[in-house]
Design a protein around this ligand. Sequence first.
Ligand code: HEC
Length: 203
Amino acid sequence: MKKTILFFGSALAITMLVASCATSDPNSPGFEFAPDMYRSPSYESNSSNGLFADSITNRKPAEGTIAIGYMPYPYPNNDSGYAWAGRNLKNPFAATPEIIAEGKKKYDIFCTHCHGATGMGDGKVGGKLPGPPPAYNAALKNLTEGAMYHSIHYGKGNMGSHASQLTAEERWKIIRYVQTLQNPGGMPAPAPADSTKKEEKKG
Ligand code: HEC
């Protein structure tokens, strides 16, 4: 009996020792009974890759392809691109109270600190800039929606690009709101609070 215990005891000890020393990889889980279950034959995103000369697994999309949901912006970041966008780009959203309310919500988050709540260029940050933003209802009164879109996309002067923060839809909705600041009283008033709640449910 003693011998049997000794035999199984040492067999177990040896197995554990072998299993724990089986690999020097610190990421290894140790002995694996069915490695196929753990290890996928595909390359991990950030691992190196012998199939490519630059050994990078993360490949860029093939040239000429467009990612789903991504809309290329064809207007270049220069004066003629600005003029062209200003003439061509049209807001796909109608100036309904709901759209304006959605735009106001984003404006309050992304723009108020520079442009001010009423678009006078007197936001807490904007007022401190060497060149504060011009007022929407004065210097920017006749700025077209396309030019606005272009400037939000690339930024202008002391205003940075908002391309990564705002989707095309969000920018257009904000522009609908900015137009109410360009022409106070000339556009439908921002929607009452209940349509804002609707938006919250959606998101
Ligand atoms: C960091 C401060 C800052 C923030 C944030 C900011 N702006 Fe501006 N914005 C400016 C300044 C400064 C100008 C004036 C740029 C110039 O003409 O040199 C400007 C100009 C503009 C113009 C006029 C562009 C043109 O073509 O003349 C529009 C429209 C505008 N901003 C919209 C927005 C909107 C919408 C947001 C929020 C999504 C926003 N800005 C966020 C500072 C800011």
